[in-house]
Write a protein that binds this ligand. Structure first.
Ligand code: SAM
Length: 396
């Protein structure tokens, strides 16, 4: 039984825990913590977690834990561990460390002592020592020390899991893929509701929504190998079977997904990434102002990340006003989930929120806010939007 820890953005722990409990991963003892979720399982559970998790940044597998009352105790403990089971001397390693409220006070020094212990052990046993590679180590390690209790992990993910492999370039305000998937999952979207994002930027939200709806494993896109594929105890056959099973899980889209973006460059980026994700036939990206966008169906589910001032300073108010108009005119009866990092802006929607979920994105305290759009009575005309009232509006 291996003890694991999957890390995530603060606020995403409950959805990450749900992902871990799902049949596709089947983790046990799932316990949401702070910025991550602990779980247990066998080696294959770790492989499945890396392939399937949409909201995690990385997956760590515990190697050992021990009380350490100072740098020398840390060194002695690490030197006594069977490193030759976890790497060969011609492979590279890296050590990242976080130290809190302990006799050891410097994270970097703690990482150095671990690295020295491993190198000294190899030198004693085979006359040579492994090299360090901070960028792409065969064995990336993570040390966590809290109140003089140390836990050492090996990092199964290496390059963070948000780098799915379908993205060609970052839009200046692109949402991290893990956060995009997290807010779609938190909204309760289950892949059956017709889905829209009227301000989609580079398309991260509709792409992640489509991958969820199609039950496609995000790790299948990854272009670089996972670190564990180079470890001495790697089970190639099990990994092949897990990947084949993941491919077999994919199913056709059971809903419609449409998105829109005003900025031509972002819209073409979104179209490129939609195509790279193999979604060109099922996700449509329109280019224009949401004010005039007519989705090809009445959306039942809206998830969007409008500009919120901190990152895009111009005209955020106008965007939120437009969004309110769009929801009322085109999305009667829909559930709308909006991500905002600025509490001031939501007033411009002129709608009443029914739920607010805190989520931290980088240094921003954000909220995922739910609005229930009033359904129109049969025959009731949609409320006029600025574009309908003023024919010149379209030409501004
Ligand atoms: C925060 S970004 C969205 C980022 C997106 N979630 C992604 O991952 O790339 C907000 C986007 O809303 C777009 N936008 C703002 N007002 C708009 C409007 N009235 N109509 C359409 N798009 C609009 C901006 O051009 C910007 O790309």
């Amino acid at each position: 039984m291996i003890r694991y820890f999957a890390t995530c953005a603060p606020g995403l722990e409950p959805v990450l825990a749900d992902e871990l409990r799902a049949d596709t991963i089947g983790a046990a003892d799932v316990e949401p913590g702070s910025s991550g979720v602990a779980f247990t399982g066998d080696r294959d559970t770790g492989y499945r977690a890396n392939l399937w998790l949409r909201t995690a940044i990385r997956v760590l597998a515990e190697l050992d834990r021990a009380p350490v009352d100072g740098p020398e105790a840390l060194y002695d403990w690490a030197r006594g561990l069977p490193w030759e089971r976890w790497m060969t001397v011609d492979q590279t390693l890296s050590v990242d460390a976080r130290v809190w409220d302990s006799a050891i006070t410097h994270s970097r020094y703690a990482a150095f002592r671990i690295k020295d212990a491993i190198c000294d052990r190899f030198r004693d046993r085979c006359g040579d020592r492994p090299d360090v590679d901070v960028a792409d180590a065969h064995l990336p390690l993570f040390l966590y020390v809290y109140e003089n209790r140390a836990t050492l992990y090996r990092d199964l993910s290496g390059q963070t899991l948000h780098k799915r492999g379908y993205r060609s370039a970052m839009h200046k305000s692109s949402l991290n893929e893990c956060v995009a998937a997290g807010i779609v999952l938190m909204s309760g979207f289950d892949g059956t509701q017709d889905f829209a994002d009227p301000m989609c930027g580079s398309g991260t939200i509709p792409i992640e929504a489509a991958l969820i709806a199609q039950r496609r494993a995000p790790g299948l896109f990854r272009k670089t190998p996972f670190p564990f594929e180079r470890w001495p105890d790697f089970d190639r056959r099990a990994w092949g079977e897990i990947r084949a099973a993941a491919k077999a899980e994919a199913r056709p889209l059971g809903c419609r997904i449409a998105a829109n973006e005003r900025h031509p460059g972002a819209a073409s980026l979104a179209r490129r990434d939609v195509a790279a994700a193999g979604l060109g036939d099922v996700v449509t990206i329109a280019q224009g102002d949401a004010e005039t966008w007519e989705p090809p169906f009445v959306p039942q589910w809206v998830v969007t990340n409008p500009p919120w001032g901190e990152r895009l300073s111009d005209a955020s108010e106008a965007s939120w006003r437009t969004l309110g108009g769009f929801l009322k005119a085109r999305c009667g009866g829909a559930q709308a989930w909006l991500l905002s990092g600025n509490a001031e802006l939501t007033q411009f929607l002129r709608m009443k929120a029914t739920r607010r979920i805190p989520i931290r994105i980088g240094k921003f305290d954000c909220r995922l806010i739910r609005y229930d759009v009033r359904a129109r009575a049969p025959g009731e005309a949609p409320p006029p939007r600025a574009a309908d009232r003023d024919p010149w509006h379209r030409h501004r």
